[in-house]
Ligand binder design. Structure first.
Ligand code: B1M
Length: 219
């Protein structure tokens, strides 16, 4: 069982899209759960890639190829993760902050939220503060979910929360923040309502926020 996940991880790291899709299908056919596939093959692939990129062993183009292979694996799992429940549990507007092009983690969070029954409005990547503010006015979501993957784009989380206060919208929406460099302490400092470390925590935290509960992920 573990061998298939090693092979999937390797296929993603090598940017082998077709192989990544086939291995994901094989893993599902063997009865492996999507959360196990994500945690044991996809996440470690990006941990390795990140280290190799940091060490200068690979280039951005290699990471892009790997991203494509990971997207393909996610595409195979999407119908299982995003099984619609028919009725929406709440509306979540999500985006990656300005200056940041990373969206693999955000897209996993979206899949998880959709699979858990939320309506998700995805603003995409590199989203300016003003667009988040406008989206709150237009869509009136229950939750605003902000993703940041670079230490240099972390301040955009703070800037977005401040802009919501300035626009008089802060009390109308709960805000959850996440992404590799984000910590619970940082989330508390910028007065976000919740922080989540991964897609599973994000889904539980959004559940708490929508029900207006102070849950385990409140900051
Ligand atoms: Co980028 N990159 N990258 N990169 N990249 C990192 C983040 C980095 C850590 C790599 C490294 O140096 N070791 C580093 C950041 C260093 C830092 O800031 N401290 C880095 C850098 C430096 C850069 C560039 C500057 C490189 C360059 O050009 N010289 C550049 C910046 C571009 C930009 O954004 N302006 C860049 C570019 C890219 C690519 C475009 C090539 C590609 C992104 C492709 C894409 O996303 N479509 C890329 C990738 C893939 C990575 C790594 C290798 C992998 C990120 C990833 O997708 N992980 C990454 C290294 C690493 O993370 N180990 C790296 C897998 C994903 C499932 O995890 O995104 O963490 P993650 O999401 C998780 C959680 O964080 C959480 O849940 C997700 C699922 O469990 N989560 C949330 C995420 N958002 C959430 C929101 C929530 C809750 C939870 O609520 C709202």
């Amino acid at each position: 069982m573990e061998k298939i996940l090693d092979q999937l991880q390797e296929a993603i790291e090598n940017g082998e899209t077709q192989k990544a899709m086939n291995k994901t299908k094989d893993a599902l056919n063997m009865g492996l759960r999507t959360d196990k596939i994500i945690k044991t093959a996809i996440n470690p692939a990006f941990r390795d890639l990140g280290q190799k990129m940091f060490d200068g062993e690979i280039y951005v183009t290699d990471v892009l190829m790997a991203s494509r292979a990971a997207h393909a694996a996610m595409y195979v799992m999407e119908p299982i993760i995003s099984r619609s429940t028919g009725q929406t549990k709440g509306i979540v507007t999500i985006g990656t902050v300005a200056g940041d092009l990373h969206d693999i983690g955000k897209n996993l969070v979206i899949m998880m939220l959709q699979g858990s029954g939320y309506t998700v409005i995805d603003l995409g990547i590199d989203v300016p503060v003003e667009d988040f503010v406008e989206a709150i006015r237009t869509h009136k979501p229950d939750v605003l979910a902000l993703s940041a993957l670079l230490t240099t784009t972390l301040p955009e989380l703070d800037a977005t929360l401040e802009a919501l206060v300035e626009a008089g919208l802060r009390s109308q929406v709960k805000v959850i923040v996440g992404g590799a460099p984000v910590t619970r302490e940082y989330a508390a400092r910028i007065k976000a309502d919740a922080y989540a470390n991964d897609l599973f925590e994000a889904s539980e935290a959004v559940g708490d926020l929508v029900k207006n509960r102070i849950g385990a992920y409140a900051v």
